[in-house]
Design a protein around this ligand. Structure first.
Ligand code: PMV
Length: 349
């Protein structure tokens, strides 16, 4: 645990919980906001919860000790978020905590709360592996439990959305959808729906991404002349993808996934200035998937706001994908996932 910030002296710890959440990988992408302040998505997304990757987050809740009144609260930053022991900029978390306080105040008249958060993922953060989804989901689940606030998965999904819209999708296992304009996500198919499906997350770089997804999607909305077409086509892509998921047909879902991520990147390349997340190894892996498809394997890739490539295939194609990855001149690290479950809450030790 990090030492208690001096600003919290005079505050008493009243709750603590730890939660683990898996990231949500979009097969059909959310890219753009219908309402920036409320962080409501402008496009529908369909995602798989990645069972092989996790974020663990501990939340400690503090309240003023007896003698402290609201007027004697120390000034300054209220909440403390550490990722791998590094204090995070307060602005990134402020919309999340303000909304949490607003929602909580509807039900509780208690004195103010402050939060001390410590989080770590078992994969690189802010590198395009959806750590903001698992991060805000684990934070929400742990905060609710530390506050002894028993709310539905839908309501937690809406709270997490304020931090990161993709986090709204992490509250169910398996396959989850977040509709355009929606405040919370909904389950699309359970964890055991497609047991053969695998996601191989290939790390082409460990560096943090050059531009946050939040900034990049806003930049695309403001400057890409292709953005309106992206919004227009997103609904049809989503409904076709939901059908393919119902049929568990990767040969149908794969091309829709490819269309979704390549159209999302089209908004980035047509932005002014363009946004480019890919590196030469990303392109090499896209080509590797193409080669495997030409050889008859149903192997499909997707990418997010970063250079990592996630390969989606069924279990029986995995050995061939690994063989191909191992034959590259620079062998990238990779992690294999099946569909994972919802967040799990544990008490603090
Ligand atoms: O939720 P954010 O702000 O991390 O944005 C996620 C954007 C993508 O990962 C590119 C797509 C998605 O639907 O997860």
């Amino acid at each position: 645990m990090n030492p208690l910030p001096p600003e919290l002296s005079g505050w008493m710890q009243t709750g603590c919980a730890r939660a683990r959440a898996h990231p949500s990988l979009a097969l059909i992408k959310y890219w753009g906001k219908a309402n920036a302040e409320r962080n409501i998505p402008a496009t529908p997304s369909l995602a798989i919860t990645l069972g092989g990757l996790s974020t663990h987050t501990t939340v400690r809740v503090f309240q003023p000790s007896g003698k402290m009144t609201e007027h004697s609260q120390p000034e300054g930053e209220q909440d403390y978020v550490f990722i791998r022991n590094v204090r995070q900029p307060v602005q990134r978390f402020e919309p999340f905590f303000s909304n949490l306080r607003r929602e909580l105040a509807k039900e509780r008249k208690e004195c103010p709360f402050r939060f001390l958060v410590e989080s770590v993922s078992d994969f690189p953060e802010s590198a395009g592996l959806a750590s903001s989804s698992s991060g805000f989901a684990a934070l929400t689940a742990a905060a609710c439990s530390a506050l002894n606030w028993n709310i539905s998965a839908r309501r937690m999904s809406a709270l997490a959305r304020q931090g990161s819209a993709s986090a709204a999708r992490c509250f169910w296992g398996g396959f989850v959808q977040l509709d355009a304009g929606a405040a919370w996500a909904e389950p699309a198919a359970p964890e055991n729906w497609w047991p053969e499906l695998r996601v191989i997350a290939v790390m082409t770089s460990r560096s943090p991404k050059s531009m946050s997804s939040r900034a990049a999607m806003e930049h695309c909305r403001a400057t890409s002349s292709y953005y309106p077409e992206w919004l227009r086509d997103s609904g049809l892509l989503m409904s076709k993808a939901l059908e393919a998921l119902q049929q568990r047909s990767l040969d149908t879902l794969g091309p829709l996934m490819r269309q979704s991520y390549s159209s999302m990147f089209a908004t980035m390349l047509s932005a002014n200035p363009p946004v480019l997340y890919w590196n030469p190894l990303s392109v090499e892996i896209l080509r590797l998937c193409e080669t495997l498809r030409s050889a008859g394997f149903s192997v499909w890739e997707t990418m997010d706001a970063g250079p990592q490539v996630k390969i989606i295939c069924e279990e029986n194609s995995v050995p061939e994908v690994i063989r191909k990855l191992q034959s590259l001149p620079v062998q990238p690290e990779y992690r294999i996932s099946s569909a994972g479950g919802p967040p799990r809450v544990e008490s603090c030790e």
